[in-house]
Design a protein around this ligand. Structure first.
Ligand SMILES: [Zn+2]
Length: 264
C-alpha cells in the first residue's frame, strides 16, 4: 500500500486502534484477582520462554548451584526446531527438567500471536499443547502460562486463564498489592534493554519494599539474541537475588501459595 491508497491508511490506523483497544480491554476485564498476603516474603521467579538449548546449557548449572527452581514455558511445536532465539531443546530436556523439580509451563503449541488468530483457534492450540505436554510428561497439567510475544487479547486471556492458574505477560513491573493472575507483569532480562545495575536496583527494591519480581528471558549465551541475555547478566541477577535474601520460587509454587486449593 502507498500514499495513493488512503483506504489502506485508514485500515491500518483502524487496526492500530483495534489493537490498543484489545490490549486495554484485556488489561481491565476477565481478571483473576489475588491479593499478596501481608506476610508474603520478597520473591523472585526466573522464567524462560520457548526454552532454547542455550538456556538449558548456560542457566541451569547456575540455578542448580543455587538450589533454585525455574519456570520453563514450552511450545511443543517448537521442540527440536531452530528459532530466532537459537535451537529449541529436545523433548528429553523437558522431561529431565520436570524430573528435577522445575516447573513446565504452557506457551501455546504453535507459539501463537494472540492478535493473529481468533480466540477459538487460540483455545484449540492451547488444548493441543496441554495434550502434547501430557504425552511428553505423563500426568503433567501445566498450571502456568505465558503469552507468546507478550501479546494478549480478551479472547486469548479468557482461553488461557480457563486452563491455567496464572498467565504471564510482558508488561514490565513488580507484582504488588492485588495481582491479576491472568496477566502477571514481568521484567525482561535481555542484554539489549537491561543492565546489571538496573536489575540489582529492582532486586533491592523488592528486598526492601516487598513484592514478587518475575524475570523472563529466552537464550542465555555470550552474544545473545535481542531476546536473550549473557551468562554474566543471568548469573549477576541470580547472585544479587541470593545476596538480597529474596526467596526464589517457581511461578506455580507462588500461585499455589496465593490461591491455595485452586486448580486449572
Ligand atoms: Zn515465546
Amino acid at each position: 500500500m502507498d500514499s495513493r491508497d488512503p483506504g489502506g491508511a485508514f485500515a491500518r490506523a483502524g487496526a492500530r486502534v483495534g489493537r490498543f483497544t484489545e490490549r486495554a480491554l484485556a488489561r481491565r476485564l476477565s481478571r483473576r484477582p489475588a491479593p499478596l498476603p501481608a506476610d508474603f516474603p520478597p520473591t523472585i521467579s526466573f522464567t524462560f520462554d520457548d526454552f532454547p538449548e542455550s538456556a538449558y546449557a548456560n542457566a541451569l548449572p547456575a540455578l542448580d548451584r543455587a538450589g533454585a527452581l525455574a519456570t520453563w514455558y514450552v511450545s511443543c511445536g517448537l521442540l527440536g526446531n531452530s528459532s530466532p532465539v537459537g535451537p529449541i531443546v529436545s523433548p528429553e530436556r523437558v522431561r529431565a527438567l520436570h524430573a528435577a523439580g522445575h516447573e513446565i509451563g504452557d506457551h501455546t503449541y504453535n507459539h501463537l500471536d494472540a492478535r493473529a488468530v481468533p480466540a477459538e483457534a487460540y483455545d484449540g492450540d492451547l488444548a493441543a499443547n496441554h495434550a502434547a505436554l501430557g504425552r511428553l510428561v505423563p500426568g503433567l497439567r501445566p498450571a502456568s502460562f505465558a503469552y507468546p510475544y507478550g501479546q494478549v487479547t480478551l479472547g486469548a486471556k479468557r482461553a488461557a486463564a480457563a486452563r491455567t492458574i496464572t498467565c504471564r505477560g510482558t508488561e514490565s513491573g513488580i507484582a504488588r498489592g492485588t495481582l491479576d493472575l491472568a496477566l502477571l507483569p514481568a521484567v525482561a532480562l535481555y542484554d539489549l534493554s537491561m543492565t546489571r545495575e538496573r536489575i540489582e536496583a529492582l532486586i533491592g527494591d523488592v528486598a526492601r519494599a516487598g513484592g514478587w519480581l518475575i524475570v523472563y528471558t529466552h537464550d542465555v549465551a555470550p552474544g545473545p539474541s535481542p531476546w536473550g541475555c549473557s551468562p554474566d547478566l543471568f548469573e549477576a541477577t541470580l547472585a544479587a537475588s541470593l545476596a538480597a535474601g529474596l526467596r526464589i520460587a517457581t511461578v506455580g509454587a507462588v500461585a499455589a501459595e496465593i490461591m491455595p486449593g485452586e486448580g486449572p
